[in-house]
Design a protein around this ligand. Structure first.
Ligand code: FAD
Length: 550
């Protein structure tokens, strides 16, 4: 090979294509060949639900690059419909099959990059292969769903799995006029969120007439007498459907790697170091197929998202070319739009921390407007910030709202990645004009509330401890708000009368205060603690109460 680098890449989408293009920018002399089993490279799988919903009308819009473009622009050879079937790591060559001609051949390499992605989970239950049951991974999958809709005119769809892909599919099927039921084994939608933050998402889905069937799993699919399908659940429900879309997550495609003796991690992904090197010399792996380190919990995780796959492709290319670039791990930053509602998260949720055995944290909730309330179009955001105690390191954040959720989470995502604290959020200098935010941005406010807690200016009560508490519950909203709905057993002392009515409160018990969203209760808590009471605030007020006790 005369010293010329020859890099073979398995998989031509997010991880593989970005690796190939970066390699060319670093090494003009290298021979680079991309093998792609499917018909396309560099397609926009993130756009597939919207192609089904006809928001994206032309299939060509999903194809971001072609083999011809890769050849012309990058001098990279792309072999579509070619599947890599075996790796001979000791001999440094792969075996591949041309899926059109059936011809098998071998190809030597100096470096090999595995970017085979992850395949949709399809549980082995009766009826799973029935016509009308779909997974969504690539352009042909979404074309098949569109074809089913246009030829069969289905009326009812069941989507199995309430994570971001399932809910995007639910929205797009509803957009095509189908009535949609979403089934999930978990008792909540959007598993990336804590349950109380998922509650507004459930309510929003229901206002868009999506039926939620939660806390119950699919056990079988049958054909109905009328030629349709029936989805059976473990609780005995029989849900009729004219089509079923599976969205049960994705499983790393590791067979090729496993057969070659490459280490596979405990979660089932290819094990890599921070240069994306596998355990086998000369072989790198990137994207949905690999396990990466979660920077908050420090544990390995699978994170099938396009951003990390692209960045890992670059890191692998750098490493192959001798550069000391490192992949720092993931915070798990994600966003999803559901019927006009944005759901965004970064870092760890509270339940993820508990699962990782991390207990030294606290959470605050806030429900600010996304921009100045006096400027037309103000909408409420629901936010949760989780931080370590006593250091105040930001561990995670979640936001749900019609506008502005993604922007706040993006800011906090950067803070999580830099190991910043709530005190940094307090001081963050962010852009402001009335149509964009508030002079004290929700990000600042989240930092201020958390910093108040850490400085001891504010004690928090936990909503989880509400039932059975011996504390006195005080609701400081105005009487008309209290009359419209309140927590059982709470007494109403409006903030305006608070100082005059302090004598009605016992000093030997804890006083737990709340209001609508937390601001007035904070003032009340400050009065109480300065008057010698032990006061705690129920964070996020009545708005958060609904999340915990829907
Ligand atoms: P893939 O994109 O899966 O590409 C792997 C390719 O390798 C495949 O085309 C496969 O055919 C090929 N391959 C596998 N084995 C072989 C072999 N042996 N020989 C040859 N070729 C092989 N992420 C986000 O961040 N935001 C989103 O909004 C979002 N939406 C999504 C919507 C959908 C419907 C889907 C399916 C995914 C979505 N994702 C989203 C996830 C994102 O697309 C993936 O994380 C990303 O594409 C992973 O890139 P990858 O290169 O690792 O794998």
């Amino acid at each position: 090979m005369g010293g010329q680098r020859k890099v073979l890449i398995v998989g031509g989408v997010a991880g593989g294509a970005s690796c190939a293009a970066r390699l060319r920018r670093l090494d003009e002399q290298a021979r680079i060949i991309v093998f792609e089993r499917g018909p396309h490279i560099s397609y926009a799988n993130c756009g597939l639900p919207y192609f089904v919903g006809e928001v994206i009308t032309e299939e060509e819009s999903l194809l971001l690059a072609s083999p011809e473009l890769f050849s012309r622009q990058f001098n990279i050879e792309v072999r579509v419909h070619h599947e890599v079937t075996r790796i001979d790591a000791a001999g440094r060559e792969i075996a591949a099959r041309d899926l059109h001609s059936g011809r098998s051949y071998s190809e030597p390499y100096t470096s090999l990059v595995l970017a085979p992605g992850a395949s949709p989970v399809r549980p082995e239950i009766p009826g799973i292969d029935s016509p009308g049951v779909f997974s969504v991974r690539n352009v042909p999958d979404s074309r098949a769903i569109r074809g089913w809709i246009s030829t069969r005119s289905p009326k009812r769809a069941v989507v199995v799995g309430a994570s971001y892909l399932g809910l995007e599919m639910a929205e797009n099927l509803a957009r095509r006029g189908l009535s949609v039921t979403v089934v999930d084994l978990l008792a909540q939608v959007m598993p990336v969120l804590d349950p109380e933050m998922a509650e507004p998402v459930s309510r929003h889905l229901e206002t868009h007439r999506v039926d939620l069937h939660l806390g119950d799993g699919m056990t079988a699919i049958e054909r109905s007498g009328s030629g349709g399908l029936v989805l059976l659940t473990s609780a005995g429900a029989r849900l009729p459907a004219d089509m079923i879309v599976l969205s049960l997550g994705a499983k790393p495609e590791v067979q090729l790697a496993r057969d070659a003796g490459i280490d596979i991690g405990r979660l089932g992904g290819i094990r890599v170091d921070d240069s994306m090197r596998t355990s086998t010399p000369g072989i790198w792996a990137v994207g949905d197929a690999v396990e990466v380190r979660n920077i908050v919990t420090g544990r390995p995780c699978l994170l099938p998202l396009a951003g990390p796959a692209n960045r890992q492709g670059r890191v692998a290319a750098d490493s192959i070319c001798g550069r000391d670039t490192r992949f720092p791990g993931v915070a798990g930053t994600s966003v999803c739009g559901i019927f006009g509602l944005t759901v965004a998260a970064t870092g760890a949720s509270e339940k993820a921390l508990i699962a990782a055995g991390i207990r030294q944290y606290q959470s605050v909730f806030l429900h600010p407007m996304q921009h100045a309330s006096y400027y037309p179009g103000a909408r409420r955001l629901h936010m949760k910030l989780v931080f370590s105690v006593p250091e105040g390191r930001i561990l995670g954040a979640q936001a749900v709202g019609e506008e502005g959720a993604d922007k706040r989470i993006d800011v906090i995502a950067m803070a999580v990645q830099r190991g910043a604290t709530v005190f940094d959020l307090e001081e963050a200098e962010l852009c402001y004009a009335p149509q964009y935010g508030t002079a004290k941005d929700p990000v600042n406010m989240a930092g201020m509330i958390a910093a108040n807690v850490l400085r001891g200016d504010l004690l928090l009560a936990r909503w989880q401890d509400l039932e059975g508490t011996a504390a006195v519950l005080v609701d400081v909203r105005d009487p008309h708000e209290f009359a419209a709905g309140h927590i059982d057993g709470a007494m109403n002392i409006p903030l305006g009368e608070f100082r005059q009515r302090l004598t009605s409160l016992p000093r030997h018990k804890e006083i737990w205060v709340h209001c609508a969203i937390g601001q007035r209760a904070y003032y009340a808590a400050r009065i109480l603690s300065q008057e010698g009471f032990t006061a705690r605030l129920l964070p996020g007020g009545y708005e958060t109460y609904w999340g915990y006790f829907p």
